[in-house]
Design a protein around this ligand. Structure first.
Ligand SMILES: Nc1ncnc2c1ncn2[C@@H]1O[C@H](COP(=O)(O)OP(=O)(O)OP(=O)(O)O)[C@@H](O)[C@H]1O
Length: 217
């Protein structure tokens, strides 16, 4: 479903170019959850940003079944991200001026992909029913992250991308939030790629890939 081939990316550092990704190959199948590990600075977030279309690779391809995002123009890539991808970051990135209910519908509405029945199921499964009228600042970290996951999945994405999604949560809450996310991913059949430093959390997913010296091992 996602196929990344021979992806390279370098950044300028002073006079030099530093090659962060040197030919990354990676595939994620529908319904599969994959943990992306690697030491600090190995390029995990860079890879995730490229897959999300937030930045452009130097060379190589990023393909989904229905589209090659690495060759899309900026506007087309942004639309693909909005409509077909779910993004969850460590900072929950909820919209502070919107209630939980409105945060949940916001992206789906923008994407023109509203599905009432699916949203109701997400609310139920993520235990958000009693929180719908609250604002993000009135929620705990675990609750905010459950809303962020619900928002990302509300569009029924092809792929859920998460960068240290439970990094701000205590262990028990992190485990609980990730268990919910993997369960929903299996249910929707979307792929799930998650950056993590945690061996424990990586072990909860179907498979693990390791980024080292610019390559996936
Ligand atoms: N926009 C940028 N401009 C210049 N250098 C960058 C940029 N983005 C990332 N880098 C560099 O690329 C390398 C990889 O960064 P990246 O954030 O992808 O690593 P990471 O594996 O996610 O690290 P961490 O686990 O610490 O979050 C680092 O050396 C970083 O300084």
């Amino acid at each position: 479903m996602l196929t990344v081939s021979a992806l390279t990316k370098s950044f300028s550092s002073g006079q030099e170019r530093v090659a962060v990704l040197r030919g990354v190959d990676l595939a994620v199948q529908p319904g599969e959850s994959v943990a992306l590990t690697g030491e600090s600075g190995s390029g995990k977030s860079t890879l995730l940003h490229l897959i999300a279309g937030l930045d452009q690779p130097d060379s190589g391809d990023i393909r989904f079944a229905e589209a090659t995002i690495s060759t899309m123009a900026d506007a087309e890539r942004a639309a693909f991200r909005r409509e077909r991808l779910g993004l969850v970051f460590q900072q929950f990135n909820l919209i502070p001026s919107l209630t939980v209910a409105d945060n949940l519908v916001f992206q789906a509405r923008l994407a023109g992909r509203q599905d009432e029945a699916w949203r109701a199921e997400l609310i139920e499964r993520l235990g958000l029913g009693t929180l719908l009228r609250r604002y993000p600042e009135q929620l705990s970290g675990g609750q905010q992250q459950r809303v962020a996951i619900g928002r990302a999945l509300a569009v029924k994405p092809l792929l859920l991308l998460a960068d240290e999604p439970t990094g701000n949560l205590d262990e028990a809450t992190a485990d609980e939030v990730l268990a919910l996310a993997t369960d929903l991913v299996r249910r929707t059949g979307c792929g799930f790629l998650m950056v993590t430093h945690s061996e424990r959390l990586a072990g909860m997913l179907d498979r693990r890939v390791h980024l080292h010296a610019g390559l996936i091992h």
